[in-house]
Design a binder for this molecule. Structure first.
Ligand code: PAF
Length: 308
């Protein structure tokens, strides 16, 4: 497959590198010039899960002169989804699958509004990764990836794509219950991301420490209430799932903490913010998620003046 990954952050690089290693024609696209130049000059230095190695995958700053792709993977942070998918339009043809494995609520809707719902495949992944510097990424934890047609229908192409991802080492299952899928991952991010970012700790600390687990439970239980009120059936125990992911990505610096460390806008609006908004709509109080949202907002607004 011709695969273009828009957004060569940790997860974009990891998935792109694994697909490249399994024989697909992969291009990574990112606006971070230094990162792109480093990947092209020295290869992508991948460490962690799967062993330390150099992957000679091509990187670019834009999609100029790339042919129409079989798969376009949108992996930018949620605040940049619209911009990213618009920039990818020249390489999206009638048969191109546009897949999002981003965190948060609403990315599939944004992508569908630009390319049309028929092209969109949504998914979630429990892999964790960290950008160590230009051209260097650590694959901190592996987990299941689940993908589904945005339309919710079962399709042959989703099955085939799941097979291609699985044989590349990204264990993937095809599903059709999109909302449930997105919400069960959302609840993981609700429990882990803002807390690790505010507390400046790795994912594993949350599940290892009793007060950490209690905080996770407070945030997740509100989100479960909201999901239930929306009529979303969540498989298994969402709190347990969240703690299991925190444990399996114990060494990971969550994506929100990585954003805070790099003083970038975070995805809090589409994670805890989404719970607050949906809660308001349904008349369900979400004080814990509101507090997490506001704390992250204050952190973002004081990047230039922070004491640490
Ligand atoms: O956003 C993240 O960091 C990841 O989704 C996860 C699974 C919480 C691992 O760090």
């Amino acid at each position: 497959m011709k695969v273009c990954v828009i957004g060569a952050g940790a997860m974009g690089c990891i998935i792109g590198a694994l697909l490249h290693e399994s024989g697909h024609e992969v291009t990574l696209v990112d606006v971070w010039k230094e990162h792109v130049e480093s990947i092209n000059r020295e290869g992508l230095r991948l460490t962690g899960v799967g062993g330390d190695r150099i992957v000679w995958v091509e990187a670019r700053e834009n999609v100029d002169r790339l042919p129409i792709q079989d798969l376009v993977l949108i992996m930018v942070k949620s605040p940049y989804t619209l911009q990213a998918v618009r920039s990818a339009l020249p390489i999206i043809g009638q048969d191109t699958m546009v897949l999002t494995l981003q965190n948060g609520l609403g990315n599939g809707d944004i992508i569908a509004s630009v390319v049309g719902p028929q092209s969109v495949i949504v998914g979630v992944t429990s892999h964790g990764g960290t950008v160590l510097g230009p051209g260097a990424v650590r694959h901190a934890g592996a987990g299941e990836t689940v993908i589904a047609e945005y339309s919710g229908k079962m399709s042959e192409r989703v099955g085939k794509l799941a097979e291609a991802l699985t044989s590349a080492g990204i264990e993937t299952r095809a599903a059709h219950n999109v909302e449930e899928l997105i919400w069960s991952k959302l609840l993981v991010n609700v429990g882990i991301n803002a807390l690790t970012a505010i507390l400046s700790i790795r994912n594993g600390e949350l599940s290892a420490l009793e007060p950490g687990r209690e905080l996770v439970a407070m945030a997740v239980s509100e989100a479960v209430e909201v999901a239930r009120a929306k009529g979303i059936t969540l498989e298994g125990d969402p709190l347990e799932r969240c703690l299991t992911v925190a444990q399996s990505t114990a060494e990971n610096i969550s994506s929100m903490l990585q954003d805070v460390i790099a003083r970038r806008p975070t995805e809090v609006d589409v994670i805890n913010g989404a719970i607050v908004r949906e809660g308001e709509r349904l008349g369900i109080p979400t004080p814990v998620n509101r507090a997490l949202l506001k704390m992250i907002k204050v952190i973002e607004l004081t990047y230039a003046r922070r004491l640490r």
